[in-house]
Design a protein around this ligand. Structure first.
Ligand code: ANZ
Ligand code: ZN
Length: 812
């Protein structure tokens, strides 16, 4: 039976805490290394295997870097506001604050049982007033800068959660959380002007060490599109409107134009006899999600307004239609339709029998969407592609009827929520002064505890008179508070800035300090955050930089995503499927180090995979074996006093494995290839065990090897290694030791095995010194007894030597 168990875990956790081993001090020796794992959301009450897979291996990596001389900062905290706690409260009646704080308590204990070297002194909990005070401050700063604003907007509304959803929270037209169909509703909302940073958010992606897929997703989300804006005049009216097009070269092929149903122009331009049909169509389209409306295969629908517009290049009159395949919030909310060269326009024109004019040559079937020579385009005939676009835009520019234009798919970030469990938005509404921001010295605007949070479509805070009624900070008159709270993504958009200075009560953070501590050097978390969280955090950093609060451009220089740990059946873990793995049960059976090592050995870190009980058992056996091997080594070291200097062949062999392991583990660790690191340590264990069977052992040498072995193992099995380190009489702690360096000389073997062929067929293998010349190798081969016999009655025609690999003897 092995000694390793949770007792050993607890023993060392206690010692680490008592001795403040992991306490961070920026003045400690070594280059600062900010290692950050995405903080967790305390909703499920307990840490699950996914949390472990994020935190365990990354902690091992951080320990490795510590041993390599870095001054590691690895904080932890909780993203504690948000819907799940509130929904749970609605179901059970337990107040979100109570359930959240209780969950945090449990999760903290579990995180401590993991034995990660988190800097608990720097913990942040986003639902606490000492944190959200600064989230509110951030809001005020953005407001001052014109980066936070209010506007009426059609928003995604989940009728079941009774709340507004961000575009990103709508998946296939349904609420990300409850899967109900999302509808559109007009509400006055708060937005952050992330679109001001669209260009920089796109450009700077190139400089980041992030997974390519994540960068591509952000790029797509930002959606930069280069095209032109073209102005159409409305016939018999002085109204004009712009369309956005990426194919200005097709301008001569326009046979109608389309407005989005929500466009105010749609109403204005509709002639009286068409009003009824248009009104009905508008109602219809409100029920459709944006995703549906953009679907290519969906049947196109629309209504005629009765008005006409003039094509600016040829003065032709084209009808103005309303159709929901045009999205109001993109471009100008109006398009020029070119049925001959655009799929959607083609389908629409065919259905409503609108003319189709071909203006690009080539291809059999319409629509022909390639770039070819222009036809039917007057002076522009014969031009194509870029040339054609440039010529047409030049003409439009001259007449002030068009210009180049860049569009982004990115929308401003909607940050207000009609929900209770979030940071109150720090503004008041005064009859005299209008919108008045709460002065900084009155922060935080505390979230009241006693509130009716059951949903009825209104913000729960609106029902609390004590909260709502206040005085205007400007005129002292009566004012009402904003009843909406901030999206939790606001809380998590800046938490990494608070960690290094989490106790600062004067400021959100000290500028000099965070300029020293940030950017985060390694950020690790789930790939599901590729767009929202990671984009919002980048925006916040840039906005704060421009306001002079910090000096860097990007929050996370290097990013990695962990894979997903699936249930034993290969499916996503879920309570309803009964395939969840409870870390706590395994830890009490095997110990935290075995659990962590299994996660690191059994899966590719970025891939993840299916849990296996056999897998963790075999790691447990391996740890037992290491324990036995190290115990035998220890006996050997204590009992013998042999210390000869010349290395024997078996010592050389062990020394080779030792240095080979150091080199491989170091390299693979840097690459987050944890599974191969552990495979190398297994080989190293075998080599140690083999050496123990030798009759003549060198105890001085053995101790050196064991010291390196434990150091290599330490990041992967921190408690176990600390115990073994102590057992061989070394000073506490192994984590204060330097990471071993490999000796290149030990990796050069002095003997190599080569094959000897006769006429291309392998005859035998021989061992020869590795430093022989061509000629010496040839002689060694020809003098081998087997070879000698085989060629005794033949004539050697030629001998080919391939150094280090083989000798081919050609005979007749
Ligand atoms: C005429 C045209 C002809 C177009 C052609 C395409 C092909 P991206 O790349 O996504 O920016 N468009 C513009 N605004 C729109 C809106 N609010 N809702 C729906 N569609 C809109 O695509 C830009 C193209 O999508 C524009 O170029 C416009 O159609 C359409 F042969 O203009 B195009
Ligand atoms: Zn006032």
């Amino acid at each position: 039976m092995s000694n390793y168990s949770t007792k050993i875990d607890e023993k060392w956790q206690k010692k680490w805490e008592e001795t403040n081993l992991y306490k961070f001090d920026k003045n400690n020796e070594g280059e600062k290394l900010y290692v950050l794992e995405m903080f967790s959301y305390p909703s499920g009450a307990k840490l699950h295997a996914g949390h472990w897979f994020n935190y365990g291996p990354v902690d091992s990596w951080a320990r490795f870097k510590r041993m390599r001389g870095y001054n590691v900062f690895q904080p932890m905290g909780f993203d504690a506001f948000g819907l799940p706690a509130e929904n749970y409260a609605i179901k059970t009646g337990i107040h979100p604050k109570d359930s959240t704080l209780k969950n945090i308590d449990t999760m903290e204990k579990q995180l401590k049982a993991m034995g990660a070297m988190f800097n608990w002194d720097n913990e942040v909990v986003t639902c606490m007033p000492d944190y959200y005070k600064w989230t509110q401050w951030l809001f005020l700063k953005l407001y001052e800068k014109g980066l936070a604003y209010r506007k009426k907007a059609p928003v995604n509304w989940c009728p079941s959660c009774n709340t507004v959803l961000a575009n990103e929270q709508v998946v296939d037209g349904c609420c990300e959380r409850c899967n109900s169909e999302v509808i559109k509703k007009d509400l006055t909302q708060w937005f952050f002007k992330i679109t001001d940073y669209a260009d920089e958010l796109l450009e700077k992606l190139d400089d980041l060490d992030w997974p390519a897929k994540t960068k591509a997703m952000q790029k797509h989300w930002i959606g930069k599109s280069k095209g032109a804006e073209v102005t159409f005049e409305v016939c018999d009216s002085d109204v004009t409107f712009d369309v956005f097009t990426t194919r200005v070269d097709t301008l001569f092929g326009v046979t109608y134009v389309v407005l989005a149903p929500e466009s105010p122009l749609a109403e204005e331009l509709t002639k009286s006899e068409f009003k009824e049909a248009v009104e009905e169509y508008k109602l219809q389209s409100q029920k459709q999600s944006e995703i549906e409306r953009q679907s290519i295969t969906r049947e196109k629908t629309g209504v005629f307004t009765g008005s006409y517009a003039i094509n600016p290049v040829n003065g032709k009159k084209v009808p103005i239609w309303i159709a929901d395949y045009v999205i109001y919030s993109y471009g100008t909310g109006a398009v020029m339709a070119v049925p001959a060269h655009d799929d959607r326009d083609f389908a629409f024109a065919t259905k409503y029998e609108l003319p189709i004019i071909r203006v690009i040559e080539g291809g059999e079937n319409l629509p022909y969407t390639e770039y070819g020579k222009l036809v039917n385009s007057e002076d522009f005939n014969g031009l194509s592609g870029k040339e054609a676009k440039e010529a047409i835009v030049a003409k439009l520019e001259k007449e002030k009827l068009g210009k180049w234009k860049v569009n982004f798919r990115l929308r401003d970030w909607l940050v207000s929520r009609q929900r209770y469990w979030g940071a109150p938005i720090p503004v008041v509404y005064c009859e005299h002064c209008g919108i008045v921001p709460v002065p900084e010295d009155q922060l935080p605007v505390e979230l009241p505890y006693d509130v009716e949070f059951a949903p009825d479509g209104k913000s729960p805070l609106a029902k609390s008179e004590a909260f709502m009624n206040t005085t205007c900070p400007k005129c002292g008159g009566h004012a009402t508070r904003e009843a909406d709270t901030l999206d939790t993504f606001v809380c998590s958009s800046w938490y990494y800035l608070r960690y290094p200075d989490n106790k600062n009560s004067e400021k959100a953070f000290d500028k000099a300090l965070i300029n020293e501590m940030l950017p985060v050097d390694k950020y690790v978390g789930g790939p599901e955050h590729a767009c929202m969280h990671l984009l919002y955090a980048r925006f916040m950093t840039k906005a704060l930089r421009d306001m002079g609060y910090l000096n860097f451009d990007e929050p996370f220089l290097s990013l990695r995503h962990q894979g997903l740990i699936l249930g034993p059946d290969g499916l996503k873990m879920s309570k309803s499927k009964g395939n969840t793995i409870s870390p706590d049960d395994y830890i009490s059976e095997y110990g935290a180090d075995v659990f962590r090592m299994y996660l690191m050995f059994g899966f590719d870190y970025t891939e993840g995979g299916a849990w296996s009980d056999d897998g963790i058992k075999s790691i447990s056996k391996f740890v037992d074996r290491v324990e036995r091997v190290l115990a035998s080594c220890n006996d050997e070291i204590k009992n013998s006093s042999n210390s000869k200097t010349e290395m024997s062949a078996s010592e050389k062999e062990l020394n080779f494995v030792r240095h080979h392991s150091i080199k491989a583990v170091t390299e693979d660790m840097e690459k987050f290839q944890f599974n191969t690191c552990i495979a190398r340590i297994m080989e190293f264990t075998n080599a140690l065990s083999k050496y123990l069977n030798e009759s003549n052992k060198n105890s001085t040498f053995l101790k050196e090897v064991v010291v390196d072995f434990i150091k290599l193992l330490a990041p992967f099995a921190p408690h176990f290694s600390e115990e073994e380190w102590n057992a061989i009489g070394m000073n506490y702690s192994v984590f204060n030791e330097g990471w071993p360096k490999f000796d290149a000389a030990a990796l050069v073997k002095d003997e190599v095995e080569i094959a000897v062929q006769l006429n291309g067929k392998i005859k035998t293998r021989i061992m020869i010194p590795s430093n022989l010349s061509q000629e010496e190798i040839q002689n060694a081969a020809l003098n081998d007894e087997n070879v000698k016999t085989a060629i005794a009655d033949k004539t050697v025609v030629k001998v080919i030597v391939i150094k280090g690999r083989l000798v081919n003897v050609v005979v007749k």
